[in-house]
Each structure stands twice: as C-alpha cells, then as structure tokens.
Design a protein around this ligand. Structure first.
Ligand code: MTE
Ligand code: MO
Length: 162
C-alpha cells in the first residue's frame, strides 16, 4: 500500500531565518526583522501546559500567521472557501520538531485562531533564536514550535477508494 509522502525537509536556513514554501506563487525567506517591520504586530498573553514542565506563562508579540502567508500567495483562489479549506501547513523547527495546522484553523471564515509568528517572547527579541509559532487556542505547548526554519503550505493527496 502506498503512503502519502511527507513534504521534504525545508532548505537549510541561516540562524534566525525561515523558508515559506510549497504550493505557493512566491516562496520566500524571511527573518524575524522582516516579520517585525512588514506586518502589524499583535500581542498574546498565553498559558500552555508542557507534559514535563507544567504550565508555562509567556507574552508574545508578532504578526498573524495568516497575514504573513498571504504574502507568499498560496495556490488557491482566495475568494473560494472550499479551495482554501484543503490546505495544510507544516511548521518545522531547527531541531527536527514539526507540527501541522490546517489553513482553515487560522482562516477568519473558519476557526479564526489568532496564530502568531513571534518576534518577541517576554523580554527577549527572537532575532537570534528565530521565530516561534504561537497558538493561543491550544491548551498544550507542543505546537509552540520554537526556532522555526520552515513553513510548508500545500494540499495532501486525496485517498481514492477502488
Ligand atoms: N523547536 C521546538 N519547539 C518546541 C519543542 C521542541 O521540542 N522543539 N517542544 C514544544 C513543547 S512540548 C513545549 S511544552 C514548548 C515548551 O516551551 P518553553 O520551553 O518555552 O516553555 O515548546 C514547544 N516547542
Ligand atoms: Mo511540552
């Protein structure tokens, strides 16, 4: 039986830089400085639970993920909600930790989750460490991927019954 293939690892990035790529019109490389200057900054005070360290309290600042992704132009007709609802996002950290979101989770017409790409955590600018995914609607910390190196956007193959 053939299994759907995972996206290949994103191209290697310099420290603090990450790649936006996949089924998009304009694949891009961005730094935390780009994130800070190119988009409106939002603030999120969050608590998430870590299985090993317990509850973690942080204040993050950064642009909304959906606004950043708008700039790379995913390969969908943005007026069509059904088309948008097919897209997935795979977010990778430099240490190999990776997770997925659906486009619909962050889309204002669906889940409308205010997911951020952080430029700052508490009193620390993230220029050197790299951006961090902030998912305020998650109870658990696993998707708060730090030192992000790549965000892949695309659709998965549809299983077809024979
Ligand atoms: N790159 C990367 N990000 C990661 C992880 C990881 O192993 N690698 N662990 C996640 C988990 S399980 C939790 S609970 C939080 C912990 O965040 P903290 O160290 O800021 O408290 O980071 C998340 N982000
Ligand atoms: Mo965790």
């Amino acid at each position: 039986m053939s299994r759907p293939s995972a996206p290949p690892a994103p191209p290697v990035s310099r420290a603090g830089e990450f790649t936006l790529w996949g089924e998009v019109a304009r694949p891009s490389r961005l730094t935390v400085a780009d994130l800070r200057t190119g988009w409106e900054q939002h603030r999120a005070e969050v608590v998430f639970d870590c299985a090993t360290a317990g509850p973690q309290h942080h204040t993050f600042e950064g642009p909304l993920l959906r606004e950043v992704l708008g700039r790379v132009r995913p390969d969908f007709d943005s007026a069509r909600r059904k088309e948008r609802s097919r897209f997935l996002l795979a977010v990778s950290g430099g240490d190999g930790h990776h997770t997925v979101l659906s486009w619909a989770e962050i889309d204002a017409d669906f889940g409308n989750a205010p997911v951020l790409l952080a430029t700052r955590m508490d009193d620390t600018d993230l220029e050197a460490a790299g951006t961090q995914l902030v998912v305020p609607s998650d109870r658990c910390g696993a998707r708060y991927v730090s030192a992000v190196t790549g965000i892949w956007i695309g659709t998965c193959r549809v299983p077809v019954s024979v």
